[in-house]
Write a protein that binds this ligand. Structure first.
Ligand SMILES: Nc1ncnc2c1ncn2[C@@H]1O[C@H](COP(=O)(O)OP(=O)(O)O)[C@@H](O)[C@H]1O
Ligand SMILES: O=P(O)(O)OC[C@H](O)CO
Length: 491
């Protein structure tokens, strides 16, 4: 039995074939072009999204010796908006990517109207251009004739999962799953349906919207000519939610944090949609067998990207892994703090105009101290998130943190994370947690993979990082970080 996971990310499309015991059989990856038509705008060609997704799927199947594929799971960059013509399947514009800030003014205006509380109550999100609704509104208002065509039911909106399913099924299915719907600003996360009020507020004709299904459900069957036979699509989740599932964070209080370019932390809060008082997001972690599990989410914009900056910006290293040896040589008597607010600060500050700063420089500060400060900045920011989660939901005190993503290869970064959180950090053996989550969802629905409890038992630890810093030191260092962040916010 073989399951194909299609992982459509911000910079590349990947395909991973899994056996039914969820071992990786083959992978393929293809980067695609990013379009930046103006400052703050980020677009993808939806055609590229489709061809690289289908192409990597074919390549992975070929690499594995063309096994029979029994089910497909899809996981995707979230919030990104595609609108296409239902008759021709042609997108009416490039996809507007989650990072795109073009609707910042619209969000400000809506906030000035005093509606943010209502929006947060319904959707669990904030009025920020990050989410889909204002991007949809922008397309309807800026592509000629789009609003009329949308009202007439001629157009379809989808997040990337939905667009891929449409293409895979040859236009037979216009569907999405609850996790992706929960990122649009249009979905009532407590009632589990599209919200008429939100559609009115953002001016979105409901005719545009896909049908919302569970994360493990029947999403349609692929065109037979694509991969040799018609294959059922039975699992879908946004990539951060798929990683939560892949990490088997099925119990309330379990938390996963993915350290790629940025960092996304999701804390399972069970059947409680916890309303954050600290500007975290309330989101759907997954919906299985009709039952919704919620999460609190915090996003940090710069995690592994700070290491890229050491490499490409400062040219202090040639490869990310060199930070390990370099940071070990840092002078312990120096307390250099780097606040990497290169593109503003994300949760819990949401300060888009903040910019980075370095504190505590001396004449002896050199590359080693910069490398250490860069790795530590990721730990400090995670503590900001955990602190906010603890304030929102007291059970978070006992959270178990499971980490994944490229930056978890960094032993010093993970050790400092445990030290500054004062809590253990678990790194799993499996590094393909996002794709594995999608594969498990598909396999679970198709009857190939075990129920959550059984699947959770198969999760294997690679290394647990135990906190080694004493409490006074931890508190002192964290206070210094907080002062540095306040300084950045006040400039
Ligand atoms: N050994 C390492 N030490 C520190 N950072 C690392 C290391 N290996 C990779 N990274 C960082 O991890 C990030 C890549 O992780 P990945 O999960 O592939 O991200 P994404 O999916 O966002 O592209 C890069 O930003 C890189 O700087
Ligand atoms: O594609 P990634 O891994 O950068 O993830 C993007 C997130 O889903 C955005 O919310």
């Amino acid at each position: 039995m073989t399951i194909l996971a299609m992982d459509q990310g911000t910079t590349s499309s990947r395909a991973i074939l899994f056996s039914d015991d969820l071992q990786v059989q083959a992978t393929a990856q293809h980067e695609f072009q990013q379009h930046f038509p103006r400052s703050g705008w980020v677009e993808h060609d939806a055609g590229d999204i489709w061809t690289t997704s289908a192409g990597t799927a074919r390549a992975a199947i070929e690499k594995a010796g063309a096994p029979r594929i029994d089910a497909i799971g899809i996981t995707n960059q979230r919030e990104t908006v595609v609108i296409w013509d239902r008759k021709t399947g042609r997108p009416i514009h490039r996809a507007i990517v989650w990072q795109d800030r073009r609707t910042a003014d619209l969000c400000d205006r809506l906030r000035d109207d005093g509606i943010e509380d209502q929006v947060t109550d319904t959707t669990g999100l904030l009025l920020d251009p990050y989410f889909s609704a204002t991007k949809i509104a922008w397309l309807l208002d800026n592509v000629e004739g789009a609003r009329d065509r949308a009202k007439a039911g001629d157009l379809a909106f989808g997040t990337v999962d939905s667009f891929l399913i449409w293409k895979l099924t040859g236009g037979q299915s216009h569907v999405t799953d609850a996790t992706n719907a929960s990122r649009t600003l249009l979905y009532d996360i407590r009632k589990g349906c599209w919200s008429d009020d939100m559609c009115k507020l953002f001016g979105i004709p409901p005719e545009l919207l896909p049908e919302v299904r569970d994360s493990a459900d029947d999403f349609g069957t692929t065109r037979a000519d694509l991969f040799g036979r018609a294959i059922p699509i039975t699992g879908v989740a946004g990539d951060q939610q798929a990683a939560t599932v892949g990490q088997a964070c099925f119990r309330p209080g379990m938390m996963k944090s993915t350290y790629g370019t940025g960092c996304f932390a999701l804390l399972n809060t069970g059947d409680q949609a916890v309303r954050s008082q600290n500007r975290l997001l309330t989101t759907i972690a997954y919906r299985l067998d009709g039952k919704t599990t919620y999460a609190l989410e915090g996003s940090i914009f710069i995690a592994g990207a700070v290491v890229q900056w050491l490499r490409d910006g400062l040219k202090l290293i040639r490869e990310a892994s060199e930070t390990q040896g370099l940071s070990a040589r840092a002078d312990d008597s120096q307390q250099v703090i780097l606040v990497p607010a290169f593109t503003g600060l994300g949760a819990p500050h949401w300060a888009p105009n903040a910019r980075g700063a370095v504190f505590g420089l001396t004449r002896n500060t050199g590359p080693a101290e910069f490398a250490r400060a860069a790795l530590e900045s990721v730990g400090f920011q995670t503590r900001d998130l955990l602190q906010a989660m603890r304030a929102d939901w007291p059970q978070a005190d006992d959270a178990v943190l499971r980490v994944d993503g490229g930056m978890t290869a960094s032993e010093p970064a993970m050790q400092f994370l445990a030290d500054i959180l004062g809590a253990p950090v678990d790194r799993p053996r499996n590094t393909e947690t996002t794709a594995q989550g999608a594969a498990w969802l598909a396999g679970y629905r198709a009857g190939l993979c075990p129920a959550p409890d059984e699947y959770a038992k198969a999760w294997q630890l690679d290394r647990r990082f135990e906190p080694q810093m004493d409490k006074d030191d931890r508190d002192r260092r964290y206070s210094a970080w907080q002062r540095a962040v306040q300084a950045v916010l006040s400039v």
